[in-house]
Design a protein. Sequence first.
Length: 452
Amino acid sequence: MEQGSLFITLDDEPEEKYDNRPLADRMRPETLEEYAGQRQLVAQGNLLWQMIEHDNVSSMIFWGPPGVGKTTLARIIANQTKSHFVDFSAVTSGIKEIKEVMKQADARKAMGQKTILFVDEIHRFNKAQQDAFLPYVEKGSIILIGATTENPSFEINSALLSRCRTFVLNALEKQDLVALIHRAIQSPKGLGSLNIHIQEEDIEAIAAFAGGDARFCLNTLEMVVYNSPSDMEGIHVSKDILRQCIQRKSLLYDKDGEEHYNIISALHKSMRNSDVQAAIYWLARMLEAGENPLYVARRIVRFASEDIGMADSRALEICIAAYQACHYLGMPECNVHLTHAVVYCALAPKSNKLEVAYFAARDDAIRTLEEPVPLQIRNAPTKLMEQLGYGKDYEYSHDYEFHMTDMQCLPDALVGKEYYVPTDQGSEAKVQKRLAQIAAIKAMVAKNRRKK
């Protein structure tokens, strides 16, 4: 008589074994036909579809927000191109692990099998770690697929990036997430065995709350379903439970990432375009996401001179006062002071002529570094300097009518150059008239000098 085993073998497993993996993992698509969203890439006939269909996949970078299918798409590519798939984490791996994986990839290449190396969060690798991939990508040992939520232009070495094609994955649309929820409710892999009763408006509420993130969407659905009441007829999704699960979601904002720069750019450009309402909105987005108010205040101080300048010099005073208020009070009290400054800047007349003037002068300064300072405006603290002509023919403006002369103050090569040319906006219209007046006085002084 054969002795029974205390352990269940694979052959003894029941046909319907309970799968306790998260719903998002169970519902992960295995083919392009099941894949949700990104039609601009994977719709039949589009570029990525063609590459997969013809098994002509090259190294690539998937750039997009969380939960839009970067990892899933990499797995589908590996399955449909019959390549060996290696899942590699930038968080837990280093140079040693990279070299071991590459050694194995070289061995598979010798046997005629391709290796797709998927590196999640590739932006977390430092320069040396990213460089370690280069020779293996170049000689074809691996097809590298990197996934990142950060802008590859900033976070991935240019040498590696130049050898990869970058694909941008967008946040999923609401209708994609609604379809995903329906599929999860009906699929045997998902929640199909639970006989879930849920209204369409509740499905749409979950999809809207997910903000384009499929993983977050399915996690929310799972939480709602497993916490709703059930009876002999199945699970009845409770609106009260739904409200509790769909609470305020953290704002999409990473103080060290690309979205940080996107939103400060949105604030700056809204103020520049005199859009008061948009400027207040983007300010609130930053502050409510936890941005340091002093950072915002510094950017607004810069804006006051960069985009308003002499058109309204009060803007600089108000923005510096707002910065000081932020320093004294901090959040949340200083939010109204920043709003004051932002609204003032949005309403103020605009001029970028100070910035234009500086950068034009900077370019000339770099180009003419060898140009000497005119002798008449040099300082002469010693007798030798006086003998060399330093300060000779200097004209003290207060001793002259109108408190100015036509004395040359620019290097010879730049005489006649104009850097600051004011607009007719706000107070700059007065500045424009004053500059014209100064030019007329200097021309008159020069004419009188020639008569003598």
